[in-house]
Design a protein around this ligand. Sequence first.
Ligand code: HEM
Length: 394
Amino acid sequence: MLNESDTCGCSISRRALLAGAGASLAAATFAACGEQDPMASTTTMSATTVRPHSHQPGIATPPQRHLQLAAFDLQRDDLDALHDLLSGLSMSARELETQARAARLSLTLGLGPTLFESDGRDRLGLASRRPPRLAPLPGFPGDALEPRHSGGDLCIQACAEEQQVVFDAIRVITHEAAGIATPRWTLHGFLPGTPGTPRNLMGFKDGTNNIAPDDTPALNRHVWVGADDQQSWLHGGTYMIVRRIRTLLDVWDTTSIEEQEATIGRSKDTGAPLGGHREHDRPDLDATHDGAPVIASDAHIRLAAPATNNGVRILRRSYNYTADVDPATRQPDAGLIFISFQRDPAQFTRIQQRLARHDALRKHLLHTGSAIFACPPGGDAKHPVTGGLLFDAS
Ligand code: HEM
């Protein structure tokens, strides 16, 4: 897959693509972003790239403005081909990140449950290496999932400050994977460029009460898979959950600000919890006014809070999206690409089970896509991201 020449005619190597006749858009973009010759050898890592060594980037690193998320399916059950693909992608990810370091490109690889077992079949001989917690999510009340927006054997999350960079990164990787894996779905996500906590399409600050990138104790406790968490190859990795959540903006836009704020449990203007003054004030879930809770019993932040979920926390790294007009409703398909990282998918499931049943926000949402991936720990120049899984297995 990483051969410099395209021998089978069905795959284009990254280098061939970058060097291709007509100077591809990808080459131009990466040259501009990296301010260096895209053909130059990139065996050393720049200090400004966002890839740390022990964990993959794009997880606990601060969110960039753009996301291109792409899921792929294997075209055939061939462990050797998968091995080549994953080792190659791991290496290419580092090179692309270095070339587009000015745009803070990060590439995060995830492995879906169907890679290990599909329809009860040990398709690649990897079933015994499947982390037991890597299983399709249960259904939740109100789910309207569509297969074309869900699942995937593999996923690549590309994040950068520029849309063209994330698009091109996925394009390069798609070319590299050709003949081995084929795209299943892809989605562009974005965040506003204004300083401070980004606002979602519903107009609220989203991400206020989240695990901070430098909160190592919380990351170790809630996000990174530990040495004792089964399957040692995933130690230092995490589970990624993706939900494509359409927000029914027509109704939301005609809802009063007071009702919107009661639905979330926070001020739309400042992001402060109701009853508080500043964005980062601690929500007082016990406060009452005239005998009624200040933060309603069905408010989103009450039902999602660690305090009401036995201390369970997740790391959210979501992006806004807008896609097409839904042909059935003629409403825009726009909303949130909800992404969370957690040490155990049960953390997400616990919260979502409550939200799907009781959250005041639920009538404004439609979950149309769902996927889960195991993100291995970070690699380095000598060790591909998936080395622990594939080299130890062979
Ligand atoms: C389109 C769907 C959603 C929207 C618009 C949304 C919006 C928000 C907003 C505005 C906040 C308050 C600010 C903040 O602390 O970030 C928040 C908090 C939160 N949300 Fe969501 N959310 C959505 C879906 C979800 C889902 C699916 C989950 C998990 C299953 C979730 C989990 C959380 C958590 C854990 C918090 C922090 C609660 C706290 O401790 O204060 N959200 N969300």
